[in-house]
Structure formats: structure tokens, C-alpha cells
Design a protein around this ligand. Sequence first.
Ligand code: M6R
Length: 614
Amino acid sequence: MCGIVSYIGPKDPVPILLKGLRRLEYRGYDSAGIALINKNNLQCLKKAGKVSFLESVIDDSAINGFCGIAHTRWATHGEPSDINAHPHLDLKKKIALVHNGIIENYGAVKEVLKKRGISFTSATDSEVLVQLISELYYNSKEKLSFEDAIRAALQEVVGAYGIVVICEDEPGKIIAARMGSPLVLGVGEGEFLIASDASPIVEHTRNVIYLDDNELVSIKDEKFSISKIDSKMIVNKTLTKIDLTIEEIEKGEFPHFMLKEIHDQRHSISDTMRGRFNLDDGTTQLGGIADYFANILSASRIYITACGTSWHAGLIGKHLIEEYSRVPVHVEYASEFRYRNAIIDNNTIIIAISQSGETADTLAAIRKAKELGALTLGVCNVVGSTIARETDAGIFTHTGPEIGVASTKAFTAQLTILIMLALKLGRKKGVSRQKGKKLIRALRHIDQDVSSILNISKKIKKVAESTWKANNFLYLGRGVNFPVALEGALKLKEISYIHAEGYPAAEMKHGPIALIDENMPVVFIAPQDESFPKILANIEEVKARKGIIITITDKINNSLKLLSDHTLVIPKTHKHVFPITCSVVLQMLAYELAVCRDCEIDQPRNLAKSVTVE
Ligand code: M6R
């Protein structure tokens, strides 16, 4: 939530910062702003709306300098407006700050500052921080240095932050600090960048350092130093090489990142699986957690904790892990799990699933579980992310960067990992080699299956064209496909703003059936497995109430043809791989519906890609 980028070095910072903001825009797009130091003179421009609005203002005003900070906002405190946009300046207009996170005690700090005569221009929590830094720097009896004023201010605030600060009095210096919100330092040849993630950095250098909580980096005269915020103790950190290509973070020929990422699934699921199979033995190899298999197998229970789409992946993971390994699995929203008195001991395993690895609730959930003695494992996509670093061990999904706010390829990668984990555990618990081989063969066929699904995209588009005016959709599935229905409904809500619900198909009769009439499209997930006769009966029930039936199946028959208004037939696969292939259809359907409704697909209203605040 919110994207930060800053630059210090010999080049013109403006194009670097603007390009960086565009790369970070998936983290928030309520407003954008930039501040630069140009010969002892601080300039700042900010604008409500997307980065493109800011760019148009900058074209006119020729702002320049040799170091600068920039921000793209997802509003928490204060509406999206020019005034509430970052950077925020102090009263003297000498210090500029960009902030990602929430200052929880901003109200109390603001009151104290107001009593000292400081007036505020914005409704944000972030402005309080820059005013506090300024007050400590210019007015404290101890005559604090700029850096020490920042340290002192950070010790007075409670909450989460990733900040970067510049000051007119110290024109060649940039200071950044982190507590809870991610910051990456890029170390180039005589130049440095600090950003919320590596995407604005990759073009300039591949050498990065991930800041940890309670760390402050100060950059001056082509040198940087990292120290603890509170104790000033120097921290020696090693450079990490980022493994990211420019192509991976650009849309290429696609009109939207979401469509690109849906198409990436022709190879990304194989990328997730690469080197992780042992076909001869009908099992998988998951090196990242190899040392902990015995713990997992003997665990009293596993909790899977996550948010949003990753939580849906967890529900499917529960189904599979319990079926293959018979270890009990509970799936919990991280936002609930972190605050309840769950039964956790040192025989409990916590699996945190997170694409970004930065989701605040998921991070808090694993921190709590760790404190209570549980073993924590991460299933993350972003290497170097906080959850990846704070869990005891983990498995990376390796699906490449996901930029579209609506998660697509990260979800199918998470499912792939969970299938592989379930199989690995199952093989140790007596699942036969033959059964394992069958599952692996289906997984290995997935590139072709996804390509076949993308070949029916015209048909999916036709379904969208005939249903896009609906105000509500129902998604129904059974067993392992119930969470697939939930995920299909979430995708639709997020990007098309159509209200949608996912239900276990049989639950429809216990309430939602009251909603069904000739205006209600109902998406049935109906593979020809043991649950098929049951789901056929549910389809009949909707037909009897004149609902519009959209069926996704892997084998068409006459009854389905007669009952359905639209049928989407996808390749037959293993019943535990079907949730992956079916999800691709649901992603395409949501995408096409959003296109019909002319929605902002990659930047849906009110959303941000990674939710780093509570
Ligand atoms: O990065 P995470 O997987 O932890 O994110 C969790 C959710 O915020 C995320 O899945 C969200 O629901 C997506 N926008 C769904 O498309």
C-alpha cells in the first residue's frame, strides 16, 4: 500500500522517479507526488489521481534537482486530494517526507504539536511525522542533527512506516527508515535508489539490500550506512542480487497486466514446478522445507493463514493436505487469527500464504504464532519479502512478478505448491507411487491445458457480452471446487464491481436460491467427477427458477447442454488439478466482463496490490 521511490546520484532524478512511480502504481493510485532538492532549494509537486496527472503537471513546471523522493498513495487517513498527497512538507517547507504505513498515535502527537503553534495543512497521519521531525530538528534544546531528529521522532510514534526524508539544509543526503513497511535499497555505481520494492530499481542496478524493521539508512557522498533506529548500532548487511527482468514487469503487447498474467499461466505453473518433481517415485521435492517434513507429518495440526485470494488457495490446500496426508488443517483469515486465542503450541505448524509476502495481517499472524512456539512456513512469491524472511522456512512460488491488482498467476502458483506439498506428505503417509505419478502427469500437462483454455477466450468473451449488465452473479462449486467458486466471485467483484457470491452448490437451497430469477447469472463449476450428479441436480434447481446458467465442465453431455445457457468445456485433467485450470476460465470471464463494463482493470477502485496496513 503506497509506493515510495527515491533517487540520489548524478542523473536527472525526475524521469527515474516518474518511471519508478509508474512501476509502483499497483500499490496505490489515489495521488502521486515528487519532491526534489535543487541547489539548497526544496521543490515539491503533488496531484490527486494517477501518476499520469502528476506527469502532466511536471511537464509544465520544469522541476529539477539532484536528489528526490516520490510517492504514489493509497489513502488511509484523509481523502485522495492534492493536499493529502505525499510528499508532505514541514511548516518551514524545508523538509519533505514520503511515508507508507500508518502512524497510529498521530492524533496525540498532533495535539502536542498544535499546542506548540504548528499548524497542519493535510488530514493525513504522515504530515504529523514530518512536522515532528522538523520540530525536533529546528527547535529542540539538544540541537539535534537532521538524522538524530528523525531517529528521535520515530521513537515517539507508534505504528508502521517506511519513510524517506530529505532536507534543504542537507541537500546531498537522503535518509530512509523502516518499521513494518517494506523498503529496498538499490546500490548502483555512484547512485542509490530506495523503493518499496525492487521494480523501480532493477533498471539501474541489480544489487539491493532489504531493510529490516528498526533500520535506518543514510546516504551521502556516494556512501551509505545502515544502523538501528533506536540504538544507532551499525548493521552490516550483504548485497543481494535481484533476479528480475524488465520484460517481467512490463505489459508487452497486452492491454492490461491482468491479461498478460493470465496468459503467463501457459508457462508460469511449469516455472513453479520446475526441478521439484520426481516422476519415477511419484513424489515431489520441496527443498525449502525439506528439513521440516518430519515436523509437518507429526504435527498436531496445521493452520494455514492468509488473506483474500491467498486464503482461497489455503482452503483448497486444506482439502488436499488432509486428503493426502491425514494431518488436520485449519484455514484462517490472518486478520482474525492474529487476534484470537487459537490453540498453538510447539507441535503446531503455521503455513502463511502470501503473494507479496508483505500483507500486514499475515505477517502479524506468523509473528504471533512464532512467539507461541509454532513452526512457521511461508508460501510466498516475492523473494526477499518480509514474510519470506521471517518464517522459519518456506517455498517460493517462482511465478514472476504479479503487477495486476487482481491476483491470477500467483493464485495458480500457490495451488500448484499446495498440491505438491500434499503429495509429498501423502507419499510419506502411504499414498501409492502410482497415485503420485498420475497427479504429476496431470500437472506436467498443464501448459497445454491452459493454452487450450485460452483458445476458447472468444467463447468466454461471448458469455461476458451477454451477461455484463447483470448486477449480481452466483458462483457454485462442490468439494475442492467450492473455494474455486469463492475465488471466481472475488475476481469479478474486484475488477468489474458486480456483486458476486461464491457458495457450496448444495448450500444454495439454504438461502441464496431466493435471489435467483431471470436476471441472475449462475456460474456452475461442474467437472465430471463423483460430485457431478449432485451438481446436475443443483443446475436443475436454478433452471426451474429461470436463472442464467453458465457451466464450466470438462465433459459435455446432453443434460448439461439442455440445461445451460452457456457451456465452457475445458480439457479433462486430474480432479485435483481441475481447480487450477477452472480458475483460468474464471479469471478470463471476470476480465472480459470488466472489459465490457469499461472498468480500470489493473487499478480497480479502492484497492491496492499489497495491503501493508491493518
Ligand atoms: O500478497 P498477498 O497474497 O498476501 O495478498 C492477499 C490479498 O490482499 C490478495 O490476494 C487480494 O485479495 C487480491 N487483490 C485478490 O485478487
